[in-house]
Design a protein around this ligand. Structure first.
Ligand SMILES: [Zn+2]
Ligand SMILES: [Zn+2]
Length: 343
């Protein structure tokens, strides 16, 4: 790539959207913002402030960019960044992150989703990836309504939204889960073979819609109250005033299903560092499923823990020349920064 003036127009053959990881923001950044004071008394940019010249001049008469040495008219603007003391939940993914955390064991990071449903969702997403929408829909019929273990859309007590507890899983159910997994695996292998041989053709139509339905059902499933891997009872998580509040029942044995929150219940906070660690461990266990459900993670596979994108530890700061500006008479100055500088 030459200089800005040398760049040619081009026609993209495909386009995809992604987000920057924290390390990528740091690499792109030309300056770390460390000062709350942006301008001095003469409205000149201060180093480390929000108008640092390394991000480009913010006004026509304020010299040249300290990064590319071009003036206001020609400097394209450069990114800065702010390091946060603690990570915060990325507001773009807030509901997704909390939904996922609610379905993850806070002790061992296993998914709090019944095993049959997990197998079914995996199978359906894999079939949809091949464009086999009708076959993905039919996979749900492989779960018999009378099957004993918790889980599966048909095993949910129809439309009553009753929580399925891990206590309901008995020895027979474990066998049923195994049989069900084998059945779904055989079904998937057969269809994949027929797809590979050209007997079954993939379609685009309805695939996106069906995929959305599968994911919505997966994320809409009420989480198990007890982890099937480590047997630890799970607190419920609430999003309250920007914090994740964990509520643990003092007496879980007493009418534990759908009991309203008691004032005596134990409450605490799940910090963002803890939440990030839980999702990191979940990533190591369920990479394939998470990538199939959250497409954004596919574009971050080069990162050690793509689920970190659900949190922000670095804030990118746009160039001053690209920010909205307030006008005061004939002067175009960043009023708030000037006021801060005068304090
Ligand atoms: Zn520049
Ligand atoms: Zn667990």
């Amino acid at each position: 790539m030459g200089t800005i003036g040398d760049q040619l127009h081009f026609l993209p053959s495909s386009i995809s959207f992604s987000i920057f990881s924290a390390d990528e923001v740091r690499k792109l950044s030309k300056v770390e913002i460390t000062s709350t004071v942006g301008l001095n008394d003469l409205c000149q940019p201060l180093p480390g402030g929000l108008y640092d010249l390394r991000m480009g001049p913010y006004m026509r008469d304020y010299g040249v960019c300290a990064t590319c040495h071009l003036n206001y008219l020609h400097c394209p603007g450069h990114l800065g960044h702010i390091e946060l003391t603690f990570p915060v939940i990325n507001p773009m993914f807030r509901s997704v992150a909390i939904s996922l955390l609610s379905r993850t064991c806070l002790n061992c990071s296993a998914l709090l989703v019944p095993a049959p449903l997990l197998t079914l969702v995996r199978t359906q997403l894999e079939l949809l990836e091949l464009g086999l929408a009708a076959e993905a829909l039919a996979a749900a019929d492989l779960i018999p309504a009378s099957s004993a273990s918790a889980g599966g859309p048909k095993r949910r007590r129809a439309d009553k939204d009753v929580e399925l507890d891990a206590d309901m899983v008995d020895a027979d159910a474990v066998i049923s889960d195994k049989q069900l997994s084998d059945k779904l695996a055989g079904y998937l292998a057969d269809l994949k073979e027929r797809h590979r041989s050209g007997e079954l053709a993939g379609q685009v139509r309805n695939v996106v819609l069906e995929r959305r339905t599968v994911i919505r059902r997966f994320l809409g499933q009420r989480p198990l109250k007890q982890c099937t891997q480590c047997s630890r009872r799970q607190p419920s998580l609430n999003d309250f005033m920007g914090q994740i509040v964990r509520i643990e029942k003092k007496d879980p044995g007493k009418n534990s299903i759908d009991r309203p929150t008691d004032a005596n219940d134990l409450r605490g906070y799940l910090t963002t560092v803890e939440a990030r660690d839980v999702l990191r461990k979940l990533w190591t266990r369920e990479k394939g499923l998470l990538c199939a459900v959250f497409g954004v993670l596919n574009s971050l596979k080069h990162c050690e823990f793509p689920t970190d994108c659900f949190f922000l530890e670095v804030l990118p700061v746009t160039s001053p020349r690209l920010r909205p500006r307030r006008e005061a008479s004939r002067l175009s100055i960043p009023l708030r920064a000037a006021a801060m500088a005068a304090m």
